[in-house]
Design a protein around this ligand. Structure first.
Ligand code: SAM
Length: 496
């Protein structure tokens, strides 16, 4: 079957089934230079068309060539012997210079597969069970090549500067004995290639290959969580969201800033923000001009009153002062309001008693104003000269519908025209209206998903009430200063 012969090196042909490791070459070279070639360690070669394929001993062969040795002892196998099987056997000998490691096995199996060998046949040739082969094939298919190359550079016995002789605790790079089992149980199979690489870098470099299984599992879970959040973002985020916003969200997800629940509410908030408009520092008329025809279901607004309160203190009678031209402005605004309202829209306009009929006169030019105004009865009166007049505890709300428009029914079966609601506490705006009152009007005049407009939004109370009722909102307010308080409150509404 085989014989040991001294064979000329020129007749040998390399058959490397695995990587040549520089550290192993160094070790062999040192050994041969110091004590000559050890005849007790012949190469295993297979006859092949007049030459000899080196099945086992490719590291030694490389050194022999470098040292110009003429002849080496070889165990010669007849033609037809399987060089792979011989290589595997030789490399598993106890005293082998470089035992086969995971990466060698993976390369060997890949080579055999490339030659068209089935998993079953590979198993027979290298003496492995079919399942063991399958597990290795699975590893290759689940873990990207560059990740394997990276892991290999930390594999025990391969890090060139050490060889295998330097004790682990004296090395500057810590190595790991990666196995198929290690990969199969690492959780890496469930990650995308990018994330696999991040985990490998963390494990090998940051953790110096020492991270315990629990810590590794946590790391894998972290990346799985981020991946599923990115998927959530992809599936749920409206395509209308700007690239800038998307990039911000992407970065925050990568930084692990959100729990799933929080992300869901942030996405919801962003999506609604595309439809919702709250523009501070914007003139009402200009803002409305930017809206499309027929997009509003309900208008609830509280225009600037133009009441000269100082004079009321002095004389005891508040006066309507339209030196700022509010009525003319409101007249122009109503033209635009009518354009953006649906033909069955409801319009509510808050007014103080001093100017209520001035506003009614203008509203009547554009809308059907219902004679029985709504009276908001407050829990407290507004300050005035108490000795001179009765303290006002109410405000008027004109309720209007579109002229000759289609009817929109009120949702309550009976809606009395006196509405009792407490003045809001912790006001940020002098004229801030109570959200429960606004919610009542919104719910009575619209359904979920419809659009509420307030062109004089002030603190944004109408918009917040709309958001709470799951209506979209559009609001304009010329003062920028109410913006931050509104954003904070809106964030809370979305988070609830
Ligand atoms: C009576 S307040 C509205 C208060 C609001 N309903 C609330 O609950 O906070 C009227 C608001 O209209 C704003 N305003 C006045 N003229 C405006 C204009 N031309 N465009 C937009 N907003 C204006 C004022 O700054 C004021 O905040």
């Amino acid at each position: 079957m085989y014989a040991t012969e001294l064979i000329e090196v020129t007749r040998l042909k390399p058959f490397p089934v695995r990587d040549i490791r520089p550290s192993t070459l160094e070790k062999i070279k040192k050994r041969i230079t110091e004590s000559g070639y050890n005849p007790a360690r012949p190469l295993s070669v297979v006859k092949s068309n007049g030459s000899f394929l080196i099945a086992d001993g490719n590291h030694r062969f490389a050194v022999i060539q470098e040292l110009n040795i003429d002849k080496v002892p070889c165990v010669v196998y007849e033609e037809g012997h399987d060089p792979y099987a011989l290589a595997v056997n030789g490399n598993q000998d106890e005293d082998t210079y470089a035992p086969m490691d995971l990466f060698d096995w993976l390369d060997l199996i890949a080579k055999l597969q490339d030659d068209g060998t089935t998993q079953e046949k590979i198993g027979e040739r290298i003496g492995w069970s079919r399942e063991k082969i399958k597990n290795h094939v699975t590893l290759r298919s689940k873990i990207g090549t560059e990740i394997l190359v990276f892991a290999k550079s930390f594999q025990e016995g391969r890090v060139p500067e050490f060889g295998t002789n330097v004790p682990k605790n004296e090395r500057s790079v810590t190595t790991c004995d990666f196995t198929e089992w290690w990969f199969r149980n690492s959780g890496l199979y469930e990650l995308e290639a990018d994330d696999q690489m991040k985990v490998m870098e963390w494990f090998c470099v940051e953790e110096k290959c020492k991270a315990a299984k629990k810590k590794l599992d946590e790391k894998v879970e972290y990346y799985k969580g981020i991946r599923s959040q990115l998927k959530m973002m992809e599936e749920q985020l409206s395509p209308e969201i700007s690239d800038e916003k998307k990039a911000e969200l992407f970065e925050a997800i990568h930084k692990g800033e959100y729990s799933d629940k929080r992300l869901e509410s942030v996405i919801k908030q962003l999506n609604e923000g595309v439809k919702n408009k709250a523009k501070f520092g914007v003139d009402a008329l200009e803002g409305i001009k930017s809206l499309s025809d027929n997009e509003v279901d309900v208008v609830i607004t509280d225009p600037p009153y133009g009441v000269d309160f100082k004079s009321s203190r002095r004389t005891g009678n508040p006066e309507f002062d339209d030196s700022l031209g509010i009525l003319e402005y409101f007249d122009d605004l109503c033209v635009e309001l009518k354009r953006v309202c649906k033909e069955n829209a409801h319009i509510y306009v808050f007014c103080g008693c001093v100017n209520a009929f001035e506003f009614k006169r203008i509203l009547s030019k554009h809308f059907e104003v219902h004679d029985n105004w709504l009276t908001w009865v407050k829990n407290n009166h507004t300050p005035c000269d108490f000795k001179a007049r009765y303290a006002s505890k109410y405000e008027i709300i004109w309720f209007c519908t579109m002229p000759n428009g289609k009817e929109r029914k009120l949702n309550n079966s009976v809606s009395p025209d006196v509405l009792e609601f407490a003045i809001p506490q912790d006001k940020v705006h002098d004229c801030q209206k109570p959200e429960p009152l606004l919610e009542y009007l919104i719910k009575n005049s619209s359904s979920s998903g419809e659009v509420v407009l307030d062109p004089f939004a002030g603190s944004g109370s109408t918009l917040l009430a709309a958001a709470k009722c799951k209506r979209y909102f559009i609001g304009f307010e010329k003062e920028e200063k109410y913006s931050s308080d509104f954003s904070r409150k809106y964030g809370d509404v979305c988070h609830d």
